[in-house]
Design a protein around this ligand. Sequence first.
Ligand code: PHE
Length: 463
Amino acid sequence: CPEMAFPSPEREQWSSRLGFVLAAAGSAIGLGNIWRFPFKAGDNGGGAFVLIYLACLLLLCVPYLFAELALGRNSKRNPVGAIRAIRGHSLWSLVGGLCVVTGLAIFSYYAVVAGWAVGYVFRDLTAAGASGAAFAQFIADPLWVVPLFGGFLVATAGVVAQGVRRGIERWAKILMPVLFVLLCLIAFRAVTLPGAGAGLEFYLTPDFSQVSGLMVVEALGQAFFSLSLGMGTMITYGSYLPDDENLVVAGGYVAVFDTLIALMAGLMIFPAVFAMGQNPAEGPSLVFVVLPDVFGAMPLGSFVGTLFFLFLAIAAFTSGISLLEVFVSYLVDETAWSRRTAAWGAGGVAFVIGLPSALSQGAVPALSDLSWLVGDRLLGPAPGVLDVVDFLWGSVALVLSAALLSVFVGWVWDADDALDELRTGDGHAMGRWVGPVWRAAIKYAFPATILTVLVVDLLYGVL
Ligand code: PHE
């Protein structure tokens, strides 16, 4: 029989709408926007990818974001507790469990890449031309990578240990404005470079001859990762919202900020890449290898480069906080652990499980090339631990739990109850016309599309 939700009276809440919006936007805006979005757009021909990304965001991801927020606010619990509050003890709790574990697993390697960004804040980027080799050497050096990774974990756990208001919300309020100012500065420098126009054209003019099925899959996956969906972040952050908050408006702000920052990240990267005669389709190394060359060749480059990596590190930090918070909220709600113990304990576990990823970029050869374990053909040529965990957790687990969560909200909890939750709160939300559209999206369109993506993703990754 379904259990009633009994939120503990001392459960924290955000102090205001602004606090929630900044914390949730801080979660959404991260490596996904600044590192992943530009290289995906660059690999997929620019403008057309951007348009498809926007369509996926609007038609699928935003409706799903509302579902996660409604589930969290209704139950005032972590993902496992939220599902239990609605369905009691059942196999569905495993979906909540999948979210919580996925969060910790993504955090473990997200912190590795975030550590690289922190390291690049302190590197001299003016030595143009050799940045490919310099990057390879840097990420292979355990004496750099492990302390940076560990330091990032300690900082994140420190904020999460301080609590929702005093930790997460306070830091988001400090860092998000800094992030925005940095972004404006760098974008201004990029678009005023001579020759930037070609980059703007590549980025803003869609070339539809480039569109392919796989590209749609990539765009959807990106929209999804970027909004921090599919692993209970928004359930958890939604659970700290008061009942009079309008979920549609608050969630809408988060989606708008996240999209704005992703679009602006493209605006700072492509003009600079084209102005300096570099290739936009460089894949994951775009930010760490191509950009340092770009910075090395432009006036004020070393200063702008330092600002850029500071920007990247801050964005990764507020996302890392949200990744850790999912696991910590689970421990706080469901065990007798204090928040402090939970945060440091979860951080410690993330360190242990992330260490192989940290050491997989050249430090330990057996971890850099897993072909001895998975064979040559699986996952493309010579995958390392980082590639494998990113694929399994960042693509497969994320998408799988999102599909299952949407079925849970649409069919088990029932879309009408979820809609009632969305309509609770101040002001208008989901009126006569929008409500039924949302209901159809969450019950049918979302699970069907996501399952298709999952199958294509798996086939693509494995074959
Ligand atoms: N949205 C974050 C980014 O864009 C990554 C993230 C995914 C954070 C899932 C939390 C949960 O980098």
